[in-house]
Design a protein around this ligand. Structure first.
Ligand code: AMP
Length: 123
C-alpha cells in the first residue's frame, strides 16, 4: 500500500492537528489514544512515512528502526507499566483491522489486557 500523506497521523506529525503528546524524539512520536481501551493507551509512531511494520522494516534505516524501538521501551517505562505488564499491539492492513495507514504500535496497560485475540470458529 502506498503511503497517504493525508492520513491523520501524518497531519499530527506535521503539527496540522493536535495530539496529547507524551514523548517525542528524532525517530518517534508518542501520544495518548483518543479513544483509550485501557487506563494507559499510548500510540507510538515512527516519524518517517511508513504504512506498516513490514513496510518500515523493508524501507526504514537501521537507525530509524532502532530509534523507534528505543522510544517504544522508553515510553512504556515512563508510563509506569513495566512492573505490572502491558501489551503492545500493531494492527497491519485489512486483516489486522488497521484504521490509520501510518505505522503505530499501541501500548496498553494499567489493567489486564485479557485474552490475546478472539478465536474464530474455523482456522
Ligand atoms: P488501528 O489503526 O486500528 O490500530 O487504530 C487506530 C487508533 O488510532 C485507534 O485506537 C484510534 O482511537 C486512534 N486515533 C485515531 N485518531 C486519533 C487521534 N487524532 N489522536 C489519537 N488517537 C487517535
Amino acid at each position: 500500500m502506498a503511503y497517504d500523506n493525508q492520513n491523520i497521523f501524518a497531519k499530527i506529525l506535521r503539527g496540522e492537528i493536535p495530539c496529547d503528546k507524551v514523548y517525542e524524539d528524532d525517530y518517534a512520536l508518542a501520544f495518548n489514544d483518543i479513544n483509550p481501551a485501557r487506563p494507559v493507551h499510548i500510540l507510538v509512531i515512527p516519524k518517517g512515512p511508513y504504512v506498516s511494520m513490514d513496510d518500515f522494516s523493508a524501507k526504514g534505516t537501521t537507525e530509524e528502526l532502532a530509534g523507534f524501538l528505543k522510544a517504544l521501551g522508553h515510553v512504556a517505562r515512563e508510563a509506569g507499566v513495566t512492573d505490572t505488564g502491558y501489551r503492545i499491539i500493531g494492527n497491519n492492513g485489512a486483516h489486522g483491522h488497521q484504521e490509520v495507514p501510518h505505522l503505530h504500535l499501541h501500548i496498553l496497560g494499567g489493567a489486564s489486557a485479557g485474552p490475546m485475540v478472539k478465536r474464530v470458529e474455523k482456522l
